[in-house]
Design a protein around this ligand. Structure first.
Ligand code: ADP
Ligand code: ZN
Ligand code: ZN
Length: 640
């Protein structure tokens, strides 16, 4: 009888043999099998004629789950590679790459989005003869004249679209297309495209370089903030979509995916887009995954987990902010989504673009060594948008008020007077990083780990930001009973309340993981910032990435120094990336931007490179250091 070797989500580096009594199964198919006293879902990795086990010890497959197509062989090869390279059991690797629903035996059905199109009689309608007051009807019919649309796309035209659509269907002017026909195939691959800008010469060169690649090629797009990297992605995507391909776009894990989704939908109004990130409900994630697997979704936009999505027509991979640490999974299968993406592009023989204003040293080094092709954009795309002026405020002898210098305070005051927005960046949430006893020197250490308990004044708690341990703020020192406990150092809450005291009329908004914990909170805040209902933003790296706030002209950076002398050899690389990002928020529209960095080491090469926006110089200094110290990318490191 036929044997199948099945990957199961267990911590054993082996496949499990089962006999297939009835039905057929191919590699990649999901099956339900008995395991111990339970029944579990697994994935068939191999089919064989016989097994090394004695026949009576082999249990039968309970059921073949064939309501969705099997995982493609290409994905199985990728997962085998990952299991091997990252030393994680094959079964656990395969199952962790699937959406949660597909790891369970509950039935899944693929709800294909129906497409609507004009019927023969609808096509001959003369819209000018229809009553003018039926605005939504006009809008829908006009939109459908350009091609088929899904219900979701129609809903985007008007909230009342569903009821109007129903009437149009009844009138016989509109009809539903059979599922599976993507609008692109209906229209012979003319992908509607909102071409917002004519590319600059540098942008065009980058696009051409990728389009001329024969098969696999890895391109590192190094462009200063605002240099128009996104515009390059859009043009590349357009060309690949026209050729009938699917595009995988990986972005960091930063609450930005919904915004990006809207953005790309607006640029490609009728190319189906599927997003994949941990914020999606299980059902939605499964459906999006299936739309990608069926080839129906043409653009797949996601965080690191999306790198394992089956994409039959994959033609291009883009990794935006490729240096971002969130592309590394920190537990279970500890993969780097950027590296897996490169493997995938190579496996498929298609180009991949890694984009960043501050590439990781690994990628930069690979580009120097000729393994990647380096494409550079050295200027902002919009002529009036100059890069901000960066200055250091030497705080080694300065008196600080709650961590803020006189100079920064006066700059903030002037910015307020001009009616422009400012951002105070500090990478520590909470009120103060530690609580100290003034009598005996007791510090609020975490009882669970090597971290310190951070003081959160709002809810009067001490929290460990490493392990999550929490405690009430003690009234007296646990060591000596002294009641004078003082916060040491500064966090976002402390800066917020200090600034509120200095500028009582200013509208101050704190943006960190605490204030954005509730769903939708960050979206509401972004709207507030855009509507200019905020004068001063105080926040952590959440604010640094990818946002465009046109009225923001001043950025103050508090306390970056600890990263200069950290035991993590990547700390100063990360600090440069973070400061370049946060500095990139200033002066993005016509207004000039200014960045003030409070540091006790203004002459450090990191800050001089930052002042001159000279990433290349900084990267070369770091690479020389790494080489002489024998650190990556000159050697490999593995953690046991
Ligand atoms: P990046 O991704 O490198 O930060 P973006 O692609 O977001 O840069 O572009 C920054 C700004 O410049 C955006 O407002 C964008 O609309 C504009 N822009 C990009 N390319 C062009 C161009 N070729 N001509 C005019 N404006 C452009
Ligand atoms: Zn004490
Ligand atoms: Zn802890």
């Amino acid at each position: 009888m036929p044997i199948v070797r099945v990957a199961l989500d267990v911590p054993l580096a082996t496949l499990f043999d089962y006999v297939l009594a009835d039905g057929i199964a191919v590699p990649g198919q999901r099956v339900i099998v008995p395991f111990g006293r339970k029944q579990v879902v697994g994935v068939v990795m191999e089919c064989a004629a016989d097994s090394d086990l004695a026949a009576e010890r082999i249990k039968p497959v309970v059921r073949v789950l064939d309501e969705i197509p099997p995982l493609p062989a290409e994905l199985l090869t990728l997962l085998r590679f990952c299991s091997d390279y990252y030393h994680h059991p094959l079964g656990a690797t395969v199952l962790s790459a699937l959406p949660v629903r597909l790891r369970s035996s509950e039935p899944v059905t693929f709800k294909e989005a129906l497409q609507y199109t004009l019927s023969v009689s609808g096509c001959t309608l003369d819209l000018s003869q229809l009553p003018r007051r039926k605005v939504v009807q006009h809008r829908i019919l006009t939109a459908l004249q350009a091609g088929a649309l899904s219900a979701a796309q129609l809903r985007a035209l008007s909230p009342s679209a569903p009821s109007v659509l129903k009437a149009l269907l009844q009138a016989g002017w509109v009809e539903a297309l059979s599922p599976g026909l993507s609008p692109a195939s209906v229209r012979g691959e003319q992908i509607a495209f909102n071409n917002a800008h004519t590319l600059t010469a540098a942008q065009q060169q980058a696009v051409d370089a990728v389009m001329q690649a024969q098969g696999y090629g890895c391109f590192l797009l190094h462009g200063v903030t605002g240099s128009g990297k996104t515009e390059i992605y859009v043009h590349l995507m357009h060309q690949m979509l026209q050729r009938g391909g699917q595009v995988l776009l990986l972005v960091p894990e930063i609450n930005l995916t919904p915004q990006l989704e809207n953005y790309f939908c607006s640029r490609f109004p009728d190319a189906e887009l599927a997003s994949l990130h941990s914020g999606l409900a299980d059902g939605a994630r499964t459906q999006n995954w299936l739309r990608a697997q069926s080839g129906q979704a043409r653009i797949v936009l996601g965080t690191r987990l999306a790198v394992f999505t089956p994409l039959p027509q994959l033609a291009l991979v883009i990794v935006d902010e490729e240096h971002d640490a969130s592309f590394k999974q920190q537990d279970g299968l500890r993969y780097s989504a950027r590296d897996v993406a490169i493997f995938r592009a190579n496996q498929r023989g298609v180009p991949i673009m890694l984009g960043s204003a501050t590439p990781s040293l690994e990628s930069y080094y690979n580009a120097q060594a000729g393994r990647y092709r380096l494409l550079q954009l050295t200027e902002r795309a919009v002529a009036q948008a100059q890069l901000p002026t960066v200055r250091c405020i030497n705080i080694s002898n300065a008196a600080l008020q709650h961590g803020i210098s006189e100079q920064l305070l006066s700059a903030l005051g002037q910015c307020l007077q001009r009616g422009e927005q400012s951002l105070v960046f500090i990478n520590r949430r909470g009120y103060a990083p530690v609580l100290m006893c003034t009598a005996c020197g007791w510090l609020s250490d975490c009882p669970n780990c090597a971290g310190k308990l951070v003081l959160h004044l709002q809810d009067r708690r001490l929290r460990c930001h490493h392990c999550g341990h929490q405690a009430r703020v003690p009234h007296a020192c646990p060591g000596c009973g002294n009641t004078d406990l003082q916060p040491v150092g500064i966090g976002t809450q402390r800066v917020e309340s200090a600034l509120q005291e200095y500028f009582p009329k200013a509208r101050i908004l704190r943006v960190d993981r605490d204030s954005t914990r509730n769903k939708g909170a960050w979206n509401a805040m972004r709207r507030q910032i855009h509507d200019e209902a905020v004068d001063i933003l105080v926040g952590t790296q959440i604010l640094a990435k990818g946002h465009d706030f046109p009225n923001l002209t001043l950025v103050g950076v508090l306390n970056p120094d600890s990263a200069l002398y950290s035991s993590d050899f990547r700390a100063s690389e990360k600090l440069y990336a973070q400061l370049a990002q946060v500095a990139g928020r200033a002066g993005r529209a016509g207004k000039p931007g200014e960045v003030l960095i409070q540091t006790a080491f203004p002459d450090h090469p990191l800050f001089s490179a930052l002042r001159e926006h000279d990433y290349d110089r900084w990267a070369k200094i770091l690479l020389a250091e790494r080489q002489s110290a024998g650190f990556p990318p000159f050697v490999y490191q593995a953690m046991l």
